[in-house]
Design a protein around this ligand. Structure first.
Ligand code: ADP
Ligand code: MG
Length: 699
């Protein structure tokens, strides 16, 4: 403490220091402006650097006892505002900028009792916010005899006056009070929940969360998905069981100031040596192979998948067209296939090495699920809470979604928007909000029948709707079929990796020095995880590649060629053209090149071609309609026959009899099973409905 005797003296002394700081660093002009425009301006921003330069000891006290010190400054500023009576607790806010990392920066998971009532800085991502609602600040009460009493309110429960002074003078012992809300003053309050940044977490732990409270003129600025640095005072509030106060307390961070993070977090702490190393790697002619080798080296095979995932980390270029349309740069990848084929392992690995990677299950564990939700829950205390799901939390990063097929109905519809427009719109009960979900999606799905059937179309084997499937740029099937050669190599690879794991375990216990032998080297990622993340963040932040003439030629010619090749079925669409462009841009970014070269385009083409022949084939012919509509052309014409028949039969009565539909279609050579299958499918997709038993109607 400053060496002073009483609270009042301390307050005066602190105020004196503040006014010296204000004078020395030119704050007086700002204060005058605030006074003039109040309540249009309600906050004064003071640089912490000025405070610590002026008096370092004073700065330390401010960190330790922020409420007292900031209150003193606020009192000082309030003095000459005509709108504010001195006794009044109407607010001005002193908000600090440049709060230093020294001592004040705390990981959310490291917050402890010691931090209570201190000034802290936390970094994280906003997960929930509530509506902005007023909180009683200055309560005006009226006593039985009509006198009014003003009671400034602290946080928490309403404080009533004990006795009315005037009544006491008149000899009354007791009076009853009534709150006059219209005369009282309120302050805007918003409650938010902040969560640790996924990348700072120790792998697999539950992210820690903290409730933060924003007041007055800074409410309504933060939304779920925002990455923020928040300064505030940690306040403990007593828990209650009904009316009984408990010894446990809840903690909240009362926000003094916050800033949204705009930089790629991982790129911030790249050292000059690391930057040189990144540039050196980027010049390697086999940089793609180096990346492929750095993705889950203990997982055998999957070269093409690993190539696509490596490019996915970098992504293409997000473009805003002149008319305001946005074309996403993020690349979405889907893995479909047999169980036990390391899909989950690959997803987990990619989450770890990608900047801002978030992993989740399709089922989702919170109300927000994969996308976002507006809920009325305990958190909002009756207010609506907007809660971010995985795709919002992964904004500007990677969302790995395992078991996508188990996704909820609500998510399914929101995913379309999330994956293409990269935003999630919530409109519910008067809440209209659009949250950003600018992330790439890496998803895994299991086939409906347990195993992937290579003789069936992809779309027939997963529960995902065709429009959703078509939003993935590349899709791979991962099969687990006996194949002696592959099985032998895989077994050897896995056994060797396990042996190596055991050796390490044994070495940890003994004192023998660890040496990496030539044998083992292939299981060690050539670029360490941390450097991969930095490399990718660096490229994403610095590089915007442009398509070269040669690359344009390759992509255009390939597109035309594929469209011709698939002429008799219906062709691939410009959507797939965009996918190829994105892949080639990503390849340029990986090389840290500002030009998409001929070879970038060739690589993109080869990955796309692999995907095309891998899953987008129908009975030997490439058929993109399988992806785009879930039906091949032959199925499609069958469907239109059925629809025509139904329309024809509906002409008189408004609906068609199913048996009659089957009969008529049989006449043109369709089997009854086929017709029934098509009817069932159309019912499921909502194209048909049943006005009565055995009857169908087009909707
Ligand atoms: P999925 O999610 O596809 O059902 P998992 O990711 O759970 O499969 O993988 C099951 C186990 O099999 C994991 O321990 C994984 O490491 C192992 N495994 C599967 N395929 C391979 C492979 N190609 N190379 C090495 N290990 C593999
Ligand atoms: Mg799995």
């Amino acid at each position: 403490m400053l060496p002073v005797a009483t609270e009042d003296e301390k307050l005066e002394s602190v105020k004196r220091t503040w006014s010296e700081i204000f004078k020395k660093y030119g704050y007086e002009e700002k204060i005058n402006k605030l006074r003039e425009f109040y309540p249009g301006i309600k906050s004064l921003y003071i640089s912490f650097l000025h405070i610590s330069e002026f008096n370092n000891e004073f700065a330390s006290y401010l960190l330790a006892e922020p409420e007292f010190y900031l209150h003193a400054a606020e009192e000082l500023i309030k003095q000459d505002i005509p709108l504010i009576r001195l006794s009044d607790s109407r607010r001005v806010n002193v908000r600090l900028v440049d709060v230093p990392a020294r001592g004040a920066l705390v990981e959310i998971s490291d917050i402890r009792a010691d931090h209570i009532s201190k000034l802290l800085t936390v970094v994280g991502i906003i997960r929930k916010n509530t509506e902005v609602l007023p909180r009683l600040q200055n309560a005006v009460f009226q006593c039985q005899n009509g006198h009014t009493v003003i009671v400034p309110q602290a946080r928490g429960r309403v404080e009533e006056p004990a006795l009315c002074d005037r009544c006491a003078e008149e000899g009354f012992q007791k009076t009853k009070f009534k709150l006059l809300p219209n005369e009282s003053e309120f302050v805007d309050v918003q409650k938010l929940e902040i969560q640790e940044n996924p990348e700072t977490m120790q792998g697999g732990t539950q992210p820690q969360r903290l409730i933060v409270i924003v007041e007055d003129d800074r409410t309504g600025e933060l939304f779920p998905g925002d990455r923020v640095v928040v300064d505030g005072t940690l306040v403990a509030e007593q828990k209650r069981a009904g009316n009984v106060p408990l010894t446990e307390f809840n903690i909240y961070l009362y926000v003094n100031n916050f800033a949204k993070e705009t930089k790629e977090a991982a790129s911030l702490d790249i050292t000059p040596e690391e930057e040189a190393e990144i540039k050196r790697l980027a010049r390697s002619p086999d940089i793609l192979d180096i990346f492929v080798q750095s993705i889950a080296p203990t997982i055998y095979g999957y070269e093409m998948i690993k190539k696509a995932m490596a490019l996915q980390m970098f992504g293409g270029v997000r473009k805003t067209m002149k008319d305001g349309t946005i074309i996403r740069g993020d690349i979405h990848v889907l893995l479909v296939g047999d169980p036990g084929t390391a899909k989950s392992q690959l997803l987990r690995y990619m989450t770890e090495i990608s900047p801002r990677g978030v992993m989740a299950l399709g089922k989702g564990s919170s109300a927000a699920g994969l996308t976002a939700a507006a809920v009325r829950d305990d958190f909002g205390e009756g207010r609506w809470t907007l809660e971010a799901g995985v795709l919002v939390l992964a904004n500007r990063g990677l969302a790995s979604i395992d078991e996508l097929d188990k996704m909820s109905q609500e998510d399914t519809s929101a995913m379309h928007e999330a994956m293409e427009q990269q935003s999630i719109t919530i409109s519910k009960a008067g809440i209209m909000a659009t949250l950003k979900s600018q992330c790439s999606v890496l998803a895994a799905a299991n086939p409906i029948f347990g195993r992937y059937d290579v003789n069936k179309d992809l779309t027939a084997q997963i529960t995902l709707s065709p429009p959703l499937i078509s939003r993935f740029d590349v899709i791979f099937k991962v099969l687990d079929r006996p194949n002696t050669n592959r099985d032998t190599s895989l077994a050897e690879h896995v056994l060797e990796a396990h042996l190596m794991g055991e050796t390490y375990k044994a070495m940890e216990r003994s004192e023998s020095p660890s040496v990496v032998t030539d044998e083992e080297i292939k299981y060690v990622p050539r670029i360490p995880k941390e450097l991969v993340r930095k490399y990718v963040a660096y490229a994403k932040e610095k590089i915007v590649p442009l398509l070269s003439r040669e690359a344009t030629d390759v992509i255009r010619d390939y597109y035309v060629q594929v469209r011709n090749r698939t002429k008799d079925s219906i062709q691939i669409t410009p959507r797939q053209l965009e996918s190829i462009i994105r892949l080639s841009e990503a390849s340029a970014k990986m090389r840290l090149s500002t030009t998409v070269s001929y070879s970038d385009a060739i690589l993109a083409k080869s990955i796309f071609e692999y995907f095309l022949s891998d899953v987008a084939t129908h009975e030997g012919k490439i058929d993109f309609d399988v992806i785009n509509t879930g039906m091949s052309k032959s199925q499609r014409s069958e469907m239109s026959v059925v629809l025509d028949v139904i329309r024809e039969l509906s002409k008189s009565s408004g609906f068609a009899d199913e048996n009659e539909v089957v009969e008529r279609c049989s006449a043109v050579g369709m089997t009854p099973e086929k017709v029934n299958e098509i009817i069932a499918k159309m019912k499921k997709e909502g194209q048909l409905y049943e006005p009565g038993r055995g009857k169908v109607k087009t909707s």
